[in-house]
Design a protein around this ligand. Structure first.
Ligand code: MG
Length: 183
């Protein structure tokens, strides 16, 4: 046995639509990307504090045939451009809501994949999102959860999140000052 323990990282798992960027129904055009106010500055601070920034996003618009993976990638590139490259990784589930899926939130598959591929300690990490499915996925993965009131957040206040924040800026502030952070 190797006695040197692998250093694991903390992550902020971010839902994309309604959490990181303004909710647009099935956003698939770079020109529709509008960051939630304060997101860039807060994420920069989180990154400097040692967090990995990972997007976990359901994109059933792909499964439904509304748009393709290429358009999804163009939107991701625009987000990275506006954030100055702060996103470390993106996990996307194109699955349809009515098909069984281990990846589409509320299932925790994307978070578990990220943890194994990036060496993330889930119990020291946060899932931030605007829907109950984000909170359920975060809980199932063993993360702390923060519901934001942007996007569909106001309709999901009973989601049972550990914390509720006005927006991503406040959510990140909570995570950075949290007693649960240990990496
Ligand atoms: Mg959302």
């Amino acid at each position: 046995m190797n006695k040197v323990e692998k250093q694991e990282r903390c992550a902020l798992f971010l839902d994309r639509d309604g959490t990181l960027i303004q909710e647009v129904d099935h956003c698939h055009r770079p020109e529709d990307v509008v960051l939630i106010e304060g997101a860039a500055k807060a994420l920069k601070k989180a990154k400097a504090d040692g967090y990995s920034i990972v997007i976990v996003t359901n994109q059933s618009g792909i499964g439904r045939g509304y748009f393709g993976e290429e358009e999804f990638q163009q939107v991701q590139e625009e987000i990275q451009r506006q954030l100055g490259g702060l996103i470390d990784a993106t996990y996307m589930a194109p699955d349809l809501p009515w098909s069984p899926s281990a990846r589409r939130k509320p299932a925790p598959g994307m978070l578990l994949e990220a943890a194994s591929q990036l060496g993330i300690d889930l119990k020291s990490s946060f899932m931030i999102g605007d829907r109950k499915s984000d909170i359920d996925a975060g809980k199932a993965a063993g993360c702390r959860t923060i519901l934001v009131l942007t996007g569909y957040g106001r309709e999901n206040q009973e989601a049972g999140a550990d914390f509720v924040a006005q927006d991503i800026r406040e959510a990140i502030e909570l995570a950075l000052t949290s007693q649960y952070k240990s990496c």
